[in-house]
Design a protein around this ligand. Structure first.
Ligand code: NAP
Length: 250
């Protein structure tokens, strides 16, 4: 039920943090990986890890917020192991600007990468999934999908948007066998959250806000990723699933 042998997953943000963790978890479950990100050395590292688990990996170096053609990326991605079965829309940015410092450009950069790319890339990969009558789209939401944090206005807007986009993707595509869900992580130690993880007092406060009593470990994301990518989640679509130690339950 959780076996991904013969499936191919495209993971954006595969060079670090959550995307890298997901790429490795999916590879351990048997999937081929198409890793996408800007940093070539980090892409190689991820591919090496994937290969170490006996799965195949290729990388595509791309800046998704510049003039990278998503059409070209989608064609390239499907040219290695066939049409993509699983899309992890994980690349994201949080510029953490004070409200008065937000420019149109920084707003646009955040909304483009965190919200527009998941939709447009998803739409490009849907025909290949539709032909197989099977597909999985996994978006990444956030505590900020439902909560407002300081210096997170465009980020929160993008993450509120991704929750609704997930439901809309499910409405549009799930009758073709393509399920779309989102993971909403609590606090996990990645480059994106490095400023938070440097502040021990803030970290402790965040841990205290969870029901479990700690912040996330990267491995906490493996189960949900494989679950949402596999047949085990056949009747689950349009859902935003908190992986936050109960932060949003308290
Ligand atoms: N960490 C958490 O606690 C947490 C909580 C909630 C939600 N999230 C979400 O999880 C996702 C991954 O974040 P993370 O925490 O793993 O942070 P991260 O380690 O900083 O990862 C961000 C990823 O996005 C890629 N990226 C950034 N700008 C890009 C661009 N212009 N073009 C292509 N790729 C780009 C980066 O790769 P390159 O730099 O190589 O391009 C990197 O792989 C994000 O959507 C974030 O909002 C994280």
């Amino acid at each position: 039920m959780f076996d991904l042998t013969g499936k191919t997953a495209l993971v954006t943000g595969a060079t670090s943090g959550i995307g890298k963790q997901q790429a490795i978890a999916l590879a351990k479950a048997g999937a081929n990986i198409v890793a996408v990100g800007r940093r070539a050395d980090r892409l190689s590292e991820t591919c090496e890890k994937v290969n170490a688990f006996g799965s195949n990996a290729v990388s595509i170096q791309a800046d998704l917020t510049l003039d990278t053609s998503l059409e070209k990326l989608a064609i390239d991605a499907a040219s290695h192991f066939g049409a993509i079965d699983i899309l992890c829309n994980t690349a994201g940015v949080n510029l953490r600007q004070a409200v008065d410092d937000i420019s149109f450009e920084s707003w646009q950069q955040t909304i483009d990468l965190n919200l527009a790319v998941p939709f447009f890339l998803g739409r490009l990969l849907v025909p290949g999934m539709r032909e197989k009558g099977w597909g999985r789209i996994i978006n990444v939401a956030s505590l900020q999908s439902t909560r407002a944090f300081a210096n997170g206005l465009p980020y929160g807007a993008s993450k509120g948007g991704i929750s609704q986009l997930t439901r809309a993707m499910a409405e549009a595509w799930s009758s073709d066998g393509i399920n779309a869900n989102a993971i909403a992580p609590g606090f996990f130690p990645t480059e994106l959250t490095a400023p938070v993880f440097e502040d021990n007092a803030a970290l402790q406060r965040l841990a205290d806000n969870t029901a479990i009593g700690r912040n996330g470990n990267m491995e906490d994301l493996d189960g949900i990723t494989v679950f949402l990518a596999s047949d085990a989640s056949a009747y689950i679509t349009g859902q935003v699933i908190g992986v936050d130690g109960g932060f949003t339950a308290k």
